[in-house]
Structure formats: structure tokens, C-alpha cells
Write a protein that binds this ligand. Structure first.
Ligand SMILES: Cc1cc2nc3c(=O)[nH]c(=O)nc-3n(C[C@H](O)[C@H](O)[C@H](O)COP(=O)(O)OP(=O)(O)OC[C@H]3O[C@@H](n4cnc5c(N)ncnc54)[C@H](O)[C@@H]3O)c2cc1C
Length: 442
């Protein structure tokens, strides 16, 4: 009689590794197939002269979740994000200074109200761009709208896209489901270090450079996974943790094809085929010591100080480029991307008789996530009419195919590392209940 406890996990990002560990711990026979030559997926830390640089996930968002608890338990220091928001409006200044300027104060107030209260939106589905533009234009001129548009785009950038691609209703519903807390932290250690103990635990269960291209599954017999290299793996169940982009592109084929409702969810949930981080190290900081993040620029939606309050770190500024801006920037060579950003920094921080920022640059690292063949973009976002779709994306297909990974999070924690971990816990419970059921049939 076949062993009903053999599971293949496709993908070794946060979700795949954690799910595989949970399964192994519960005595499942687990095989992890990862396409890339490294684990971590969208967690990607580089060490530059002892300093960790994060080309993917950088922040721990909130404190009510498993990842925060893990850091506390393992005494990993977390640096809270700075509280002073800086904005560009003719010059770089703190948001509180800008709020004192009568000509712009109420536009800024509107922005902050939206930032803190967008989850209260109760109307019909409409793109965030149309909703915000209509609201601002009720009381202001077109040219004033253009002044504050970059602030709203920075907010959309955090969601991994541009305003035009966000659905107000889907966005509000997702934000209402968020329950992790509002604080943000940077880790003292490289982000990917927290994966190390999982990799050690999995040992020979983990197979790198295995690009899964086809999965056949049958309720009666089980599932077979075929890689690009033609290797075949058999299991009772397969858990897919690949990015949504991989499913959208039909990079993996299924026999039988995925149910119609799941295919519809794959199509409807937003996932931009773009997302760029450029991490720049400077000889000296040219920004104010209280500045952690800067919005209001146009080449990048946001710049932030990755070295903020971290001891012994070279001054490091990260440019965060998402959505349509990233789609355009992705067409350029890395050096051209850098030139555009430095040109913008020279303009934003221009001061009489002072050396421009570009002259202080020492090193830079570009990560264009669209170019990563097994990621192909950034992370999922609430596109119009996608508010109930994640349940369909997450749903198991019979008792053979299971789905985890950030995009399958139904509780508002998609697009985060801890959210990906939470989906692994959900998929583990589903697989467990299937095994219990199978035993009942014996
Ligand atoms: C630029 C950027 C910044 C971010 N910043 C933050 C942040 O500050 N804080 C935060 O919490 N989150 C952040 N995120 C989001 C976070 O990184 C992701 O939500 C999380 O890492 C996703 O984990 P996952 O396991 O779902 O997917 P992934 O990490 O993408 O893992 C999926 C794995 O599947 C593999 N794979 C794909 N196709 C195949 C195939 N055919 N066969 C086998 N394997 C395959 C991939 O190589 C990958 O390793 C950021 C993401 C990006 C891109």
C-alpha cells in the first residue's frame, strides 16, 4: 500500500521552506524543488564589506506575527523605522514643515487622511488613481493635483504597483484585514539569515536548480512533477509556492488543467511584471540625520535610508521603483538606471556651493526583479475586483494540489514575508487534514 505522506514542495522561498519544515517535522517525506541556484526567492541579502544590503524584502512589518516572535526569541535586534517623513516640494523638507505652508497644507492633509484612512472606502470599485484625482479636483486645480500626485504614487509603490492598477475597494478590504500592527523594523542581521536554520533542517530534502515545468495529478493515484531537465518526481501531493507571475505566465503546465475558477483568480489578482531596488552606498550622507524616507520624487517613488540608525554602516540610500515606472526603467541598462536616479538625487538635494550627491557615490547594487527568471516581478497587489479572488487562488485542487506563497494570503498579509509564512501554516493544515482523511478510508 502506498505511503500517503509523500509531498513535493515547489519553490524554496519563505513559504516553501517553512512548509517543508513543518511537513518534515510531522514525519512527511518531503522533497523541495527550487528552480534557482539559491534559496530565499524574494528575500535576497548581499554582504558588502560586512554590511547587509537587502535587494528584496527589507522590513519586518508589524509585530503581531511569527517572524517578529522569531526575532524576539532569537534575540535578533530590530531597528524601528524613523518617524520623520521627508517630502520633496521644491526642496527636501520634513512633512511637518510642509504642513505649515498655507498654499499646500490642505493638500498634504488630504494625502495624510487618505494614507491613514483609505481602508474606510465603501464605494463601488474604481481605480485608486481615478478616485484620488476626482477627490482632489473637487477642491483644487489640476496643477495642484500634479504637485501631490508623487506622494500618492509613493503609497501605491509600497503596494508594489502604480495608482492606476489598484482597485479602491479591493485595497480598502485588504487593509481592513491587516492585523499585524503598523510599526516597521529593519533587521540587524541579513534578512536571509532567518532562513538558514530551515535550510539546515531540510538538508537532503532540498534540491536546487530544479525548474518545474509540468505537474500531472489524479485523485486516485497521486501527482507527478516533471522538471525542465526531464527528471520525474512522484508524490501523494504537491504544494506550489511559486510567485503568482509564474502561474499567470503558465510557465508550469498542469494535467488536468487548473479549475476555471482558480485560473480566473490567477488572472485577476494584480502582480506587476516589474519592481526595482537600487541600493547606493555613499562616502558621506547628504541628507538630514532624521530623514529615514523621502517621497515626492518622480524617477523613484521613494528613497529610504537603509542604514538609518544602524551602527557602523556606510550611509546607504535605497531607491524603490515599482509599477509603471519600473516597467519603463527595466528597459534600461543598470548603469543607465543609476544615472537617472543620481540625476534626480542631484536635483532634489541641490545646494549652492556643495558637492552634488552623485560625487559621493562609492558603490551601487541594482536588482531588477522583472529580470529574475523565476520571480518575474515584485509582489501581488489588490487590483480592481480582486477582493474575493485570493480564496480561489489558495484553494486546494482535490487532495493532490495545494497552494501557498504570499499571493495566496486571504487575510490582508500578502506581499510580505510573514504573510508568506502564514500561508505555509495554512497549507500544512490542509495537507494534514487530507492525510487524516486518507487514513480514515483505509
Ligand atoms: C523589491 C521587494 C521588496 C520587498 N520588501 C519587503 C519588505 O520590506 N518586507 C516584507 O515583509 N516583504 C517584502 N517583500 C515581499 C516578500 O519578499 C515576499 O512576499 C516573500 O518573500 C514571498 O515569499 P514566497 O515564498 O511566497 O515567494 P518567493 O520568495 O518568490 O519564493 C518562490 C520560489 O519559487 C521558485 N520558483 C519559481 N518558479 C519555479 C519553478 N518553476 N520550479 C521551481 N521553483 C520555482 C522561485 O525561484 C522562488 O525561490 C518585498 C519583495 C520585493 C520583490
Amino acid at each position: 500500500m502506498k505511503n500517503p505522506k509523500k509531498v513535493i514542495v515547489v519553490g524554496a522561498g519563505a513559504a516553501g521552506l517553512y512548509l517543508a519544515c513543518l511537513l518534515k517535522e510531522a514525519d512527511y517525506e518531503v522533497t523541495v524543488l527550487e528552480a534557482d541556484g539559491r534559496v530565499g526567492g524574494r528575500i535576497y541579502s548581499l554582504l558588502s564589506e560586512g554590511q547587509a544590503l537587502e535587494l528584496g524584502a527589507e522590513f519586518v512589518h508589524g509585530s503581531s506575527h511569527i517572524l517578529y516572535d522569531f526575532c524576539v526569541k532569537n534575540k535578533i535586534k530590530l531597528y524601528p523605522e524613523g518617524e520623520t517623513f521627508f517630502v520633496y516640494q521644491e526642496k527636501v523638507q520634513s512633512l511637518s514643515d510642509l504642513e505649515k505652508q498655507p498654499l499646500i497644507a490642505d493638500l498634504v492633509r488630504d494625502f495624510l487622511e487618505f494614507y491613514q484612512g483609505h481602508h474606510l472606502y465603501k464605494g463601488e470599485e474604481i481605480s485608486a488613481f481615478d478616485f484620488i484625482k476626482n477627490t482632489v479636483l473637487e477642491t483644487h486645480q489640476e496643477k495642484e493635483w500634479e504637485k501631490v500626485l508623487p506622494y500618492y504614487e509613493a503609497f501605491a509603490g509600497m503596494m508594489g504597483t502604480s495608482l492606476r492598477h489598484l482597485g479602491m475597494k479591493a485595497w480598502a478590504m485588504a487593509s481592513n484585514r491587516w492585523s499585524a500592527g503598523d510599526e516597521n523594523y529593519r533587521l540587524a542581521l541579513p534578512y536571509q539569515d532567518f532562513l538558514a536554520h530551515m535550510v539546515d533542517f531540510l538538508e537532503e530534502n532540498l534540491h536546487l536548480n530544479k525548474v518545474v515545468r509540468h505537474i500531472s495529478y489524479q485523485e486516485q493515484t497521486g501527482a507527478e512533477v516533471i522538471t525542465e531537465q526531464g527528471e520525474r518526481f512522484w508524490a501523494d501531493a504537491v504544494a506550489l509556492t511559486v510567485p503568482l507571475s509564474i502561474l499567470k505566465e503558465k510557465f508550469i503546465t498542469f494535467n488536468p488543467i487548473l479549475p476555471e475558477r482558480k485560473a480566473e483568480a490567477i488572472e485577476k489578482i494584480g502582480f506587476e511584471g516589474a519592481g526595482i531596488k537600487v541600493v547606493m552606498q555613499f562616502k558621506v550622507p547628504f541628507w538630514e540625520a532624521q530623514m529615514d524616507a523621502l517621497i515626492g520624487a518622480t524617477v523613484a517613488q521613494e528613497y529610504w535610508v537603509s542604514s538609518f540608525q544602524k551602527p557602523n554602516c556606510q550611509p546607504t540610500l535605497t531607491a524603490f521603483v515599482m509599477g509603471d515606472k519600473a516597467l519603463n526603467m527595466s528597459k534600461l541598462e543598470d548603469k543607465e538606471k543609476l544615472s537617472l536616479l543620481l540625476e534626480e538625487l542631484d536635483t532634489l538635494f541641490r545646494k549652492e556651493n556643495q558637492t552634488p550627491p552623485s560625487k559621493h557615490l562609492e558603490a551601487y547594487f541594482v536588482c531588477d526583479w522583472a529580470k529574475k527568471p523565476y520571480i518575474k516581478g515584485a509582489y501581488s497587489y489588490p487590483s480592481p475586483h480582486s477582493h474575493f479572488e485570493r480564496h480561489h487562488l489558495a484553494a486546494a485542487v482535490g487532495e493532490r494540489l495545494f497552494f501557498a506563497g504570499e499571493a495566496t494570503h486571504t487575510g490582508g498579509h500578502f506581499a510580505t514575508v510573514f504573510g508568506a509564512l502564514e500561508t505555509a501554516e495554512r497549507a500544512f493544515e490542509e495537507i494534514n487534514s487530507f492525510v487524516k482523511k486518507s487514513f480514515r478510508h483505509l
